[in-house]
Design a binder for this molecule. Sequence first.
Ligand code: PEP
Ligand code: CO
Length: 447
Amino acid sequence: MWAKTNWRDKPRVQMPVYQDQKKLSSVEETLANFPPLVFAGEVRNLKEEFSRVSRGEAFMLQGGDCAESFSEFSANLLRDTFKVMLQMAVVLTFASKKPVLKIGRMAGQFAKPRSEPFEVINGQKLPSYRGDIINDIAAVLESRDPDPERMLQAYTQSAASVNLLRAFSQGGFADIRQVHSWTLESTRGGTRYKQFSNLAEKISEALEFMEAAGVSSNNTQSLKKVDFYTSHEALLLEYEEALCRIDSLTGKPVAGSGHMLWVGDRTRDPEGAHVEFCRGVENPIGIKCGPTLEKEQLLKLVDKLNPTNEEGRLILISRYGSEKVSEHLPKLIRIVKSEGLNVVWCCDPMHGNTIKSKNGFKTRPFGKVLSEVKSFFAIHKTEDTYPGGVHFEMTGKDVTECIGGSQEIQEEDLSSRYHTACDPRLNASQSLELAFLIAEELQKFEK
Ligand code: PEP
Ligand code: CO
């Protein structure tokens, strides 16, 4: 029997130790009485969408910040990332002739696993920053104490974000007739700007034709609205447990913190607390698959997280790095195929391609990101499996965090607009560029 509290008896990693247990309990109680951020029916719909992806009938685009932050929070920022994702989805739909499932790393992506428990900043050794839901990024000792009350602020910010995202996706902003207006100022003049304008022009012409034939967004909901889902790593289990709810229709537990959850590369111990929590909720669950994932562990994970081999439940998010993907991904695919497991294949080309620049910034070379994506598609072609989706750390902000791309961002440029609270993100131009390059790969899978 599963209970939402059972994870407490399992070994936990990457989670804070709260000093003030009374304060923690009070926060947990408050959260447990708050409304969930997402609803069971939406989670069921998302699983249905993922089954379509697993059958090769749709493609998935997942993107957003590495870590959302309390300070970098505004309607304009959310809007701009949403715009870039709409643009990318249009490019991918046009190429694949398939619907594109859109999922934000948004409205809950606040807790971060860290490689090291301590970091040295300006010669001072500090406990690592673990995301705004846990502690404060400021480089002073007191800021790094985990504070349970930060969960309440993360909840409030997530509620406001999900509210705005629902309004953007349902309220006319995402109407396909608005395709021209999704272009961001920062991408104007870039090499892909013209290509997107041409695409938008073609879409407008097709819409005019369809309107003359009686089909328009006035009478066709799918042209007027999009479905947009939220996702984050299920890392801070006190928060996840407090927002877990029972689906009144099915009587089954659902995580109410976001539509899709994933288990990180550092927290995917089949016997650990994170897998224990995730196995009991009905949401689609991602597993980050890095180079240390062995066959035996994968099979245990699948057995725990998807014992009935349900379609649309499990998403394997490979993140090997451009140099390791050819060694590991074919092996992973063959295990899954030989066991007859239902999974969605997704590529995260970010987390295996992080390097330190000469001037000390964590960065990712655009060429390596692209190279991992290309290998992902080529390997699936060879193995005759369907590359179902991509997972990016990206923002609508005009940042300089990843080097390369058609803007040719150099290591020396990193300091000019390096704003991330954790890992380096693709900016709007780089994201759009990547979408066009992925579109070329996807066309090779057209049936
Ligand atoms: C992440 O997605 O931000 C992350 C930390 O990924 P991984 O668990 O794959 O390292
Ligand atoms: Co990250």
